[in-house]
Every structure is written in C-alpha cells, then in structure tokens.
Design a protein around this ligand. Structure first.
Ligand code: FHN
Length: 429
C-alpha cells in the first residue's frame, strides 16, 4: 500500500512538472549515429546584416531602430549566390553537413515564408529563395542540411524584446502568437525543403519564459521523427532534444563563459567555432584561424566524441571570401588524406593528453600526436584490449610500441611526422 502511494505521488509529481518522456524512433537513433559519423560540418551565418559587414548583431550593437534596419532588405540582392558553389566549398573542405541560419535574431527570414512578409522572397529585390536552392543542391550532392532557427526576435511585436516577463511570458507581447508563428515557420522549413535533417535552436538564453518546447519539439518530431533537434541553450540537454551543442568551446571546457551550466549529457555532441572571430560577415575581422588550428579543433573535438561545426559568414553578394576558401582547401586536403581517423570514429574514452587525443573505430585506435612530445615516445594510459600492431596511418610504416598494465608506449623516433597531426593507428584484438 505504502509502495503504491509512493508511486502515485511520484507520478503526480511528474505530471505536475509537465514531464513528458520522449522516445526517439529507430530512424531518429539511426540519424544520430549518422550525425556522429559525419564529424565535420559547415555553419553559415548569412542575412541582411551581412550588408553592413559588421556581424549579425549589428542591429543590436549599433542601436539601429528596427524600422531603419528593415530597409536593408530593400538592397539585399545576392546576385552572385550559387548554391552549387557553397555545397562544393563544404565538400572540398571535407565537411558532410551544412547548418545555415534560416532566421537570426534580427527576425529576417532567409527563406520564402507565408508567415511574414519580412523574408528574402517578398522583401528583397532578389525575390528568390536561396535556402530552397541550397536544400536541393545538398540532396543532389549528398550533403546533410540543418537549419539554424532563432527563438529570439529583436523586432516582432508579439515577442516584445525588452519587455518584463511575468508568468512565463513577455508582459507587453503576445506570447501565444509568437509561439504559433514559430511553429508555422518550422512546419514550412520541415515540410517544404527537401532533405532537412536537423533544427538548431538559438536564443533561449535571452529570456526566462515558457518556450513551449514540448509543443515545438513534439511538432518537429511529428512532422519528421528522424529530425535532430538541438538547442544552444548552454544547459544540460532537455527532453525532446537529439543532440547537444557547445559554442566556441570543446565539450567540458568553458573559456568563453557560455558553458558554465552546460553539463555534458548522453546525446551526440557538437561544438561550433568561427573561422575568424565573427559569425556573420565582418569586413574588418582579419583574425583568420590557420588551417592547422582548424585541423586541431576538428581532431580535438573528435577525440572528445564531438562533431565540429565550423562557421563562415558569406558576403552580402553571396560569395565566400577567398581567405576562407584558401584555408579550407588545405583543411580539406588533410581530411581527405586522414579521414579514416576522423569520420565514423568515436571518442576513445581515454582523456586528452598533453600531446593530443585518441579516436576509435571498431578495434582500431588512432593516436593523434599534435604537439610533439619532449620524450621520444607518447604514453597512452587506460588502454583496454591488447595492441597487436602499430603503424603510421600516412603510409603504413610499422611503429614500435610496448604495452604494460598501465598503458602503451608508442615510440616516435625515426617516425615521419606531419606538422599538423601525426597519426598512429593501433590495432587491438
Ligand atoms: O547570438 C548568437 C550568435 O549570433 C551566433 O548565432 C551564435 C552561434 O553559436 N549563437 C548566439 C550566441 O550564443
């Protein structure tokens, strides 16, 4: 009897807290595996803000009134946009998926939508839908497409940016209207655009409201159960999410201050970073990361079992600036040569070492030596299984090793090193 009462109490508590259990479908679980296998993606921030060449926060940072900012749409005419070029850019870099801003915090929809005239087809002289072209091209080229979608909106009256919040809603807004608007847009994005595989939410952190995630995530999974939902809320994953992302930090790190409350959950992981210091096109930002730094980010993320989503901000004419093209061509050549140690791998569970990380695929471990060791060897602790063979991934040359109870020594003297990452493949039984 007591047991029964306790159980009823627990159930009532769960109902009161609005708890719902999300059970991902088999297709969704397969999509998660595929997502983890892809490892490297292209993040694209592109919008009418690109015209001002000062990043995607320009409206907010320069205090441009919404009605003035909106006029940027009148001149947005990216005649040089070519979906094929963008997709080939990603492919050449070794990327397997693209995540693009469908709508950022400025509220401008970069896709044709019936929900608001403030969109690229209806409000600009371009009158075309680049996301449709991109979606079709992605399908053709076998690249996965995910849509970034901002929860935060600086301009809409129903969102009421800056309004005080009471009872989980903005006092001066119309929260139901805003939630319905987002649901209608997400329905369009999922049902109209071919091959969409993920939705990447952002902006949660702007206000403490009831975001109605149960309805929103429920709707997405009802429309397509295999769609991967992620939310850049910088918190632990919530019910209904399918992957967890980290911004400008590897999982577990918090150099930016975004990830203080972000406990690593059990979902597939992704970390995003900018190629310079900006998300949206920034004409004065010349702090381009080197190809070596990008390779290291990718390898370090893979070692921590995470994907790497590298961002570019294309120019307002639709072109990608040459600095990005050049760097990513080098990265792409490296990934093509060393893809075996990246794609389809998982973190080995062995912690990152001062010299690098270890990825794993089946019975193979890939030892990535990115920082030359002081000693003529690297030591791999906590290695399970017996190593039967060690060889340089680049050319198959045998590499000496010694296995002890505490771990494995891999001897690097005489081994031809790669300036970015020397990879030793260990075969275990
Ligand atoms: O405010 C946005 C920012 O513009 C950009 O989109 C990044 C990408 O991770 N997310 C937000 C900051 O958390």
């Amino acid at each position: 009897m007591i047991k029964k009462l306790l159980l009823m109490g627990m159930l009532l508590g769960a109902v009161r807290a609005g708890a719902q259990t999300y059970t991902p479908t088999a297709d969704n679980l397969a999509a998660r595996q595929n997502f983890q296998d892809m490892k490297f993606g292209l993040f694209i921030h592109w919008g009418i803000y690109s015209e001002l060449g000062a990043g995607e926060w320009v409206m907010n940072e320069k205090h441009i009134p919404y009605d003035s900012y909106k006029r940027l749409a009148d001149f947005f005419n990216p005649q040089a946009f070519n979906a094929h070029e963008w997709v080939m850019f990603a492919k050449k870099a070794g990327m397997k998926y693209i995540t693009i801003t469908s709508r950022h915090h400025d509220g401008f929809s970069m896709f044709g939508t019936k929900t608001s005239p403030y969109n690229i087809v209806d409000a600009t002289p371009y009158h075309k839908d680049p996301l449709m072209e991109l979606a079709q091209e992605c399908v053709k080229e076998g690249i996965e497409l995910h849509f970034y979608y901002s929860l935060l909106d600086w301009g809409r009256k129903d969102y009421a940016f800056g309004s005080p919040i009471a009872d989980g809603k903005p006092v001066n807004g119309d929260w139901d209207s805003y939630i319905n608007f987002m649901k209608a847009q997400l329905t369009e994005l999922i049902t109209k655009y071919p091959g969409v595989k993920g939705i990447w939410f952002d902006g949660h952190w702007e206000r403490d409201v009831n975001w109605h995630y149960d309805e929103i995530y429920g709707l997405i999974h009802k429309l397509n159960p295999a769609i991967l939902v992620g939310n850049n809320h910088h918190l632990e994953p919530k019910e209904g999410e399918d992957f967890q992302m980290f911004e400008k930090d590897l999982p577990g790190a918090n150099t930016t201050g975004f990830s203080g409350k972000s406990k690593i959950g059990a979902l597939p992981l992704e970390t995003c970073e900018t190629i310079n210091n900006s998300w949206g096109f920034n004409i004065t930002d010349r702090s381009f990361k080197s190809s070596k730094r990008i390779i290291h980010y990718l390898v370090n993320a893979a070692g921590l079992n995470a994907n790497f989503l590298l961002n570019i901000g294309p120019m307002p004419n639709g072109k990608i600036q040459p600095e990005f093209t050049d760097t990513l061509a080098i990265v792409g050549a490296w990934v093509q040569k060393n893809g075996e140690a990246i794609y389809g791998t998982r973190g080995s569970g062995i912690p990152a070492q001062p010299w690098g990380v270890i990825t794993q695929k089946d019975k193979n471990l890939y030892v990535h030596v990115m920082t030359p060791s002081q000693q003529p060897y690297v030591f791999i602790p906590q290695l399970k299984g017996k190593v039967t063979k060690a060889a340089l991934l680049a050319d198959g040359t045998a590499v000496k090793f010694k296995q002890q109870t505490e771990g494995v020594f891999v001897y690097l003297n005489g081994v031809a090193t790669d300036p970015a990452d020397t990879i030793i493949k260990l075969t275990t039984n």
